[in-house]
Design a binder for this molecule. Structure first.
Ligand code: CA
Length: 183
């Protein structure tokens, strides 16, 4: 398994490389976002361990960059920025996991192994409105993470309303959507 470690702290990087290579991983190190982008362009990494505070920006931006290029890549974010807000931000950006510094290499190893066992999830396109979520890929609706029981016509109405949250939609428009589809 090949890992990319994006970390600008030489001591942390050295410790982790020694430890992870002893566990059988091949580890490449990038000390900046620019280096990490070059490495990811070359490809072949099973997982990226990503520091946030890098000399040329926030490491988390690499996740969006990678997704824009349609790369299926696992990330574990490693950082001293450990407030709840930062953790949530990290996870919502598409990282598999988030580890606050200081941490034990053993913990990182366990998280890496867990992440590698999971299939890579591509970020799904969704629409949200309050507690409602519409997964555009599967067409399934969720209310607070639970799919409600909806008839086909109800789902079509809801889909039309969620496409334009807050907008007034004419009854005729909705009828056309619902009955038009059934003809
Ligand atoms: Ca750093």
């Amino acid at each position: 398994m090949r890992l990319l470690l994006v970390e600008d702290d030489a001591d942390v990087a050295e410790t982790l490389v020694l430890y992870l290579e002893k566990q059988g991983f091949v580890v490449d190190v990038a000390t900046s976002l620019a280096m990490a982008r070059d490495a990811l362009d070359d490809g072949g990494f099973d997982l990226v361990v990503l520091d946030r505070g890098l000399p040329d920006g926030d490491g988390v931006s690499l996740i969006a960059w990678s997704e824009q290029r349609n790369r299926r890549q696992r990330f574990i974010v490693l950082t001293a920025l450990s407030s709840i807000d930062h953790r949530v931000e990290g996870l919502e950006s598409g990282a598999e996991d988030y580890i606050a510094k200081p941490f034990e290499p053993r913990e990182l190893l366990a998280r890496i192994r867990t992440a590698l066992r999971r299939p890579i999830e591509t970020r799904r396109e969704t629409r949200r409105f309050g507690p409602l979520m519409h997964d555009l890929e599967s067409g399934v609706f969720f209310v607070d993470e639970t799919p409600p029981t909806l008839r086909r016509t109800e789902a079509l109405v809801l889909e039309a309303l969620m496409a334009r949250p807050g907008a007034v939609i004419q009854r005729e428009t909705l009828e056309a959507r619902v009955y038009g589809y059934d003809k």
